[in-house]
Design a protein around this ligand. Structure first.
Ligand SMILES: Nc1nc(=O)c2c([nH]1)NC[C@@H]1CN(c3ccc(C(=O)N[C@@H](CCC(=O)O)C(=O)O)cc3)CN21
Ligand SMILES: CC(C)C(=O)C(=O)O
Ligand SMILES: [Mg+2]
Length: 276
């Protein structure tokens, strides 16, 4: 899986066991979404640490207005074609809406994403009791899990839109407890989406697994963006927390390289990409 392609960079690949050390040593983790082999190879060559096959593909590939119509078959297909474009980049795949409705379904879905798709880790939204059970069951079966809290897009109807989460004290305290719960359940990584900067910092300090922010401030241990957003080709409105890295540059390769550089140095996210 980590065999070197002829023209791939000779950096040390990021593995699941190496993630905690990156946090402890303050080496920022660069994650970016990919949905096909061509772009996956562009991520690999730019030195992105983690490729995410996000269910955001429902919006940026399929043209839907939410991630809810994405099926397990769609996710397995896109994960498998992204895997073909990678050699040393850690591959994470989203569990689609309702694939995690109970532990047996979660195990079956994750098994497909790993064995047919080629993912090394699966990402699950939320921290309700059945999600914590699913995380434990997967980790027990040696499938690493990335948790995802905050503006979890599969809860769009519950939230009444793509709204920033955790602004009230009670909600913020609850999210800190949820972060500790997903770590205790065995998650190896935690995506924090659409929350105030102060809460992103608080959660990052409260757990020993790395946090990956998207609209969660600069204090997270890494950052993730949707590929189309950072190339300035979002269909519709680009979220405020994203940045067009192709603007002023003359190639996709340079845009992705600039994103990698700016996440590593902490230049991205800037205050205009963050929430209070
Ligand atoms: N292109 C794209 N980028 C994403 O980051 C993304 C997707 N699609 N699809 C799945 C989810 C949905 N996401 C979204 C979508 C919209 C906003 C948005 O419009 N946010 C408002 C802030 C709302 C508030 O202040 O409460 C914004 O102005 O950015 C945020 C996250 C994040 N994910
Ligand atoms: C934005 C990231 C975190 C995601 O879940 C996705 O792309 O689906
Ligand atoms: Mg997603």
């Amino acid at each position: 899986m980590y065999a070197q392609k002829a023209n791939a960079p000779t950096r040390k690949p990021v593995t699941v066991p190496s993630l905690r050390a990156m946090k402890a040593e303050g080496r920022r983790i660069v994650m970016l979404t990919a949905y096909d082999a061509t772009f996956a190879t562009q991520l690999e060559l730019a030195g992105v640490d983690i490729a995410l096959v996000g269910d955001s593909l429902g919006m940026v590939i399929q043209g839907h207005s939410s991630t809810l119509p994405v099926t397990l078959d769609h996710m397995v297909y896109h994960t498998s074609i992204v895997a073909r474009g990678l050699s040393s980049t850690l591959l994470v795949a989203d569990m689609p809406f309702m694939a995690d409705r109970d532990v047996p379904h979660a195990l079956e879905a994750a098994a497909q994403l790993v064995s047919e798709g080629g993912a090394a880790m699966v990402k699950i939204e939320g921290a309700s009791p059945h999600i914590l059970e699913a995380i434990e069951a997967l980790v027990e079966r040696a499938i690493p899990v990335c948790a995802h809290l905050g503006l979890t897009p599969q809860s769009v109807h519950k939230f009444g839109g793509f709204r920033i989460q955790g602004r009230e004290q009670e909600a913020a305290d609850h999210m800190v407890a949820q972060a500790q719960a997903v770590e205790a359940a065995g998650a190896a990584l935690l995506v924090l989406e659409g929350i105030p900067t102060a809460l992103g910092e608080r959660i990052t300090r409260a757990v020993s697994i790395p946090t990956i922010g998207i609209g969660a401030g600069p204090h997270c241990d890494g950052q993730v963006l949707v590929l189309q957003d950072m190339l300035g080709i979002t269909p519709g409105k680009r979220p405020k927390f994203s940045k067009d890295f192709l603007a002023g540059r003359d190639s996709v390769a340079k845009a992705i390289a600039a994103y990698v550089e700016d996440v590593r140095t902490g230049a991205f996210p800037a205050p205009e990409h963050c929430f209070e």
